[in-house]
Write a protein that binds this ligand. Structure first.
Ligand code: GDD
Length: 317
């Protein structure tokens, strides 16, 4: 079987490539933009085929899919950082929505039977009230950022292509995930890197933070990509699935755990620039539909994920 991973050089994409390669029976292909950083896949890049392509360019997507003719596509290529979507909303919407449209149109026009996983997000739920928790797939979608709107659009586009053209699409709504290789703009990795810089004496013992009151449902990235695999192996065409642990944690609790694991003494300082125009207060998911249909469950405890994240930063130059 041949799989194509869009966004293979990214955080989740690189872990998914590791998972696919570890199976031994999967031919892995990835598309990458010529200026993308490739350090996440440096350890395994000779084991798969790489095709230069920008998802925003319809003809380049069509050429890539025509040449590779994958059985499955994991569509992970996206602008994934919420604050960037306020600073550059056009870029976020173009990459995320038109990028996906280009993949769909290529598969449709080539008449391929490819199964496609669409990586949606818990951010799609956005404003969730206490009496609506834990979040099921049937909860209303009330996005609170341009990024979240782009993910709702991707989700709806996938539904529409399934209904209109019977494109074999499975939609996942991944909740927060972290682990080694996570870029340091995202909260756990940002705090972990700051702590490691303090450990090394590279910075003063001050940790800079934003909104510590938000609650998020974290899963290890390696469990999440196993979920992506199962979504295509066992998920129903056209369906949508939450992938999450079901456990909510305040961001302040996550920082406390990291500080304890690191062992350094630090002062915590709030920085205005780290706050967002609107922040989703609480995202805690219900994974029962996905667990029932695929047998997935998270295997890596959150404390282990945070330890691995600290170790990752300790090994970086
Ligand atoms: N990044 C960051 N930096 N976030 C902070 C900080 C900080 O210094 N301090 C507090 N936070 C809070 C944010 O305000 C947010 O409420 C929470 O920590 C998580 O922020 P991020 O790690 O940036 O992730 P996100 O929840 O905005 O989005 C991530 O998860 C989504 C799934 O729910 C991304 O991975 C998205 O691509 C993904 O779809």
């Amino acid at each position: 079987m041949k799989v194509l991973i869009t966004g293979i050089t990214g955080f989740a994409g690189s872990h998914l490539a590791d998972l696919c390669l570890s199976r031994g029976d999967v031919e892995v292909c990835g598309i990458w933009r010529w200026r993308s950083r490739t350090e996440n896949i440096a350890h395994c890049v000779e084991k798969f085929c790489m095709y230069e392509c920008d998802v925003r360019d319809a003809s380049s997507v069509r050429d890539a899919i025509e040449e590779l003719r994958p059985d499955w596509i994991f569509h992970l290529a996206a602008q994934s950082f919420v604050p960037t979507s306020w600073r550059a909303p056009t870029e976020s919407l173009t990459t995320n929505v038109l990028g996906q449209l280009n993949v769909f149109e290529a598969v449709k026009k080539l008449g391929l039977k490819t199964r496609i996983q669409i990586a949606g997000s818990s951010e799609e739920y956005g404003m969730v009230y206490e009496n609506e928790l834990p979040i099921k797939e049937t909860n209303p979608l009330r996005p609170l950022s341009p990024y979240a709107v782009s993910k709702v659009a991707q989700d709806m586009l996938a539904y529409q292509y399934f209904m209109s053209f019977r494109l074999d699409v499975v939609r996942t709504r991944g909740f927060n995930h972290t682990g080694p290789r996570r870029p340091p703009v995202f909260v756990c990795s940002d705090f972990a890197k700051q702590l490691v810089d303090v450990e090394r004496g590279k910075k003063s013992p001050v940790i800079r933070v934003g909104n510590m009151e938000a609650t998020r449902d974290f899963t290890d990235v390696r469990d999440i990509v196993r979920g992506y695999w199962l979504a295509l192996e066992k998920g129903k065409p056209g369906e949508v699935y939450n992938i999450c642990s079901g456990q909510g944690r305040k961001i302040s609790e996550v920082l406390d755990m990291l500080i304890e694991l690191s062992g350094v003494k630090v002062e915590v300082v709030k920085e205005e620039c780290r706050f967002r125009p609107s922040d989703v207060p609480v995202l805690v998911g219900d994974n029962s539909k996905f667990v029932k249909e695929t047998g997935w469950k998270p295997l890596i405890p959150f404390e282990q994920t945070l330890k691995d994240l600290l170790e990752f930063w300790r090994k970086e130059e």
